[in-house]
Structures are given as C-alpha cells and as structure tokens.
Design a protein around this ligand. Structure first.
Ligand code: GLN
Length: 482
C-alpha cells in the first residue's frame, strides 16, 4: 500500500523501483472507486494509465483535478447540469504543466456547482461527505479535491479559491490548502467564477508538498494576461529558513471569545486551542501580537465579497446558454432555447446568485452597489497591507470550529460568526498568498489555522506555515475509512 504517502516518499519509492507509476495509478484509482459511494469525491475516475516520462519530482505522482479545469477529451462538468456532457477541446495550463511533469491524473473532482458555494453539497452529482464524519460536510467549493487528499487517495489535488474554496475545505478535512498570490499560477482553462478573485489552489497533506507543487505550477503564461513574471525562487528549498523574530498578528475582534454572544462549545474550544497555538509560535521564535480592527470593516467583508463575486459570476457565466456547450434543449427560437437551458441547467443557488448579480450590474445600481463594493474592498486591503508594513503575516483560525453537519446546512451565515467564517476572502480581495494547515482536533474533527502574507510573498508564507506545522502534531494526517 502506497496510500497517504508524501510526494517525496513516493518519489523515492519510484526512483528505487519499489513501485511503478502504473501501480500507483492503479492503487489511487481503486481507492477512489472504493470510497466513491460513501464520499462522492469524484465526477470522473479515469481508467487508463497515461503518463509522459519526465525528470520532474512529480513524475508518476498521482493527483486529482477539480472538475472546473478544462481537460481535452475528458468530461468537464463543473458539477453543473448545464455542462453535463461537455468534453473540452483544450487543456488548462495547470493540467498541461502537470502532464509535462509526468504527474498522473486519476480523476476529476466534485465541486459546488460552478465553484459557487462553500458546503460541497450543491454539485449536480450529489453531496461530498467528510471522511472524519459522514454526517458532516467537508466544505467547498473544492470539496472532492479536499476529500481525495483527506482520504489518502492522492498526495495532492488541484482546486480553485475565489473566497475560501481551497482553504476552508482544507480546514474541515484536516489537510493543507494553499492559495498562492493572484497571478502566480495561470488560470487559463479554469472556468471563470469571479475573475478579480479567482485563484488556482493546491491541496496536500503537508506544507512541503504544497511548495513542491507550487514550484511546478507557477510562472508567466501568455494565455493568462493576469499572470505575474515568473518567480525563480524555489519555494521548496526555503522551507527551513529561520523565522526568528518574524512578526505575526491576529485580529482581536475575530479571535476573542467575548465577541460572540452564542458561544458554542466547538467555538470555545477552537479559540482556546488557537491561543495555545499562538504560545507555541512564540516558543518557536515568532513575535505574536494582537491588533484591533474596526468591526464594521470586518463585517463588510461578506457583503463586499457577495456583491463583487455575484456580479462577476453573472457576467462570466453568460456564455452558458445551451448553444455552444452542454445539452441543447429543443426550443422554438434562440430566446426560448436559452431560457430552457438555463432554467433546467442551474440549481436554485446559482439562479439566486445570477439574479443578485444582474441586479448589481443594472445601470442604475452599478455605482451604488458594484463600484462601492470595489471601494470597500480597497479600504479592507489597504488596512491589512498597512499592517503588513509592520508584520510578516496574519494568523487566524480558518473556521469557527470543525465541519458543520450536513443536515440543516444552508448558505446562510449567522450574524454571530459572519466575520469568523468569512475573513479568508481578504486574501482574495488583495491577491495575497494564504495557507490553511490543520492545527487542532475538536470533537474528534480537525480544524485549520490560516496564515496570510503580503502579495508576492509566497515563499515567506510557506516558510512560516512549515515552521508552525512542526508544533501542531498534525502533519500528514489523513482519515482511514473502511
Ligand atoms: N464560499 C464562497 C462562495 O460561496 C467561496 C467560493 C469559492 O471560493 N469558489 O462563493
């Protein structure tokens, strides 16, 4: 069994000829099939081994790809009925790069429809369940990607993160979720949700693996004009850099229990374990300080995120008409065709977001809603960037506790925890590198801590996370299930 091994461990086994690439593919796909009925991580599990030889560290390493990345000749649905039968004719840049590196794709993973949502319960093919407790969600939108790693099926998975979609399921799944700086990794071939916020993200079981995969994927891409100049620093070789004297801040209004009127036991435990982690960080040599930010500003994160993301999503997804892609219904004329395709093709959540988006984009509302949201976004980013003049990183719990129960889950957020559950979007607003790693177990379920740095400081983010990972005792965990 090669299950739940790290990239480096698998690399060594392959190099020592203790295992072949085909055998790794066989084992991963059979695990994927075995767990599919209970956890629903995949939309498609591949059955033919295919890999190019390369001298990359990822040569022969199995991985999964979120089903919103274009893969030629492989069904790509974005977990939506509107793309139910869509087989793309081109490859996303990340897929192309991984192919070139010899990594072995084993399947396309389930997401919240069109990457909108955070529960992993809205895919056209059903709910994705949490390996630690089947009655709980793993969170989304990169739900299947997270569960494929948390179950030990693949050492890494590629997801996307527009508001928290890699870093939140990582928290609920007890794994690492890294979203590098905006533009660090090409988004060519990733179905756009909200272009000003969308990032490619990586899910692994340890920080080193996240750095290794980022090193392979990063770089300028002429097909994506938002990509940054290639950063030649190898992140994986800076993980042991000294962090002595590096300064971390946490936000009082998010981390102090007194801020919350309804103090659930899970919240209490999470926040008290977080304070223990901060002490351990101090022992490691970090300077950790509390800062205070106007609560009104923090409360603005969620509405600002919704305003911008719904507007951009409505515009981006206007190409899903039933004409070029996906099933084409019988209709009397073009308008009727689009009406039928979109009525049948989208779930309630998507329609609700498109209605909101259309309203926000209406000429008479644009200034008051869309442009104002952009201004609030700027104020929030400026505030955090100002703190980054003094501090190296922001550290916060990635969620208010372990994964919620599936039953009764809605997209609605309670006022009580609206800030705690949505601050991860700050890193999308500012394009900042941001990583979640598991830090504690509450009620038998994992909870993650998030570390965010200034844009372009990917190397530092991984270095800090790698250091903190040493004191969590939760490196490389995964859930063994029947
Ligand atoms: N949960 C957020 C939403 O509902 C973020 C989704 C994402 O990052 N793709 O849109």
């Amino acid at each position: 069994m090669y299950k739940a091994k790290s990239i480096k461990e698998l690399r060594k086994l392959l190099d020592d000829k203790k295992v072949t690439k085909e055998e790794l593919f066989e084992e991963s796909t059979s695990l994927a099939k075995k767990y599919q009925e209970d956890y629903n991580s995949f939309v498609t599990i591949l059955d033919k081994f295919k890999s190019k030889d390369s001298d990359s560290i990822l040569d022969g390493i199995p991985y999964s790809l979120k089903d919103s990345f274009s893969t030629s000749n492989i069904l790509t649905t974005a977990s939506s009925n509107i793309l139910k039968d869509y087989i793309p004719v081109y490859d996303a840049t990340v897929y192309k790069k991984l192919k070139k590196a010899g990594a072995t794709l084993i399947g396309k993973t389930t997401l919240d429809e069109l990457a909108m949502g955070g529960t992993g319960t809205t895919a056209a093919t059903g709910i994705v369940r949490n390996p630690y407790d089947k009655e709980r969600l793993i969170g989304g939108s990169s739900a299947g990607a997270a569960s494929s790693v948390a179950l030990g099926i693949t050492p890494f998975a590629i997801g996307s993160d527009t508001g928290d979609s890699v870093r939140k399921p990582a928290s609920h799944g007890g794994i690492v979720g890294f979203k590098p700086t905006y533009g660090r990794i090409s988004r060519y071939g990733l179905f756009a949700f909200a272009s000003s916020l969308d990032h490619v993200g990586i899910l692994t079981r340890n920080v080193e693996d996240a750095a290794i995969v980022t090193d392979v994927l990063k770089g300028k891409d002429e097909n994506d004009m938002t990509t940054l100049k290639t950063d030649r620093t190898e992140y994986a070789s800076h993980l042991e850099d000294s962090i002595k004297g590096k300064k971390l801040f946490y936000i009082k209004e998010i981390c102090n229990l007194e801020e919350y009127p309804k103090q659930s036991t899970e919240l209490k435990e999470t926040l008290s374990d977080f304070k223990i982690l901060l002490d351990k960080c101090r022992e490691l040599g970090f300077i950790v300080e509390e800062v205070s930010i106007d609560k009104k500003l923090l409360e603005a994160i969620y509405p600002t995120y919704m305003t911008i993301s719904c507007a951009e999503a409505t515009s981006n997804n206007s190409n899903l008409t039933g004409i070029q892609f996906g099933p084409r219904p019988k209709a009397d004329n073009v308008d009727d065709l689009m009406f039928k395709a979109r009525t049948k093709g989208f779930s309630e959540l998507i329609k609700r977001r498109f209605i909101l988006g259309s309203y926000i984009l209406q000429k008479e509302n644009q200034e008051k809603l869309f442009l104002n949201a952009g201004r609030v976004r700027r104020i929030i980013v400026d505030k955090i960037n100002k703190l980054f003049e003094e501090y190296d990183a922001m550290i916060l719990p990635a969620s208010g506790g372990p994964a919620p129960k599936i039953e009764g889950t809605t997209e609605e957020v309670t006022d009580d925890e609206v800030v705690l559950e949505n601050h991860l979007a700050i890193a999308n607003f500012g394009g900042m590198p941001s990583i979640t790693i598991p830090f504690t177990i509450v009620n038998g379920l994992p909870v993650g801590v998030n570390i965010t740095c200034k844009a372009k400081e990917d190397c530092k983010t991984l270095n800090i996370a790698h250091e903190i990972e040493k004191v969590t005792g939760l490196k490389d965990i995964y859930k063994e299930v029947d």
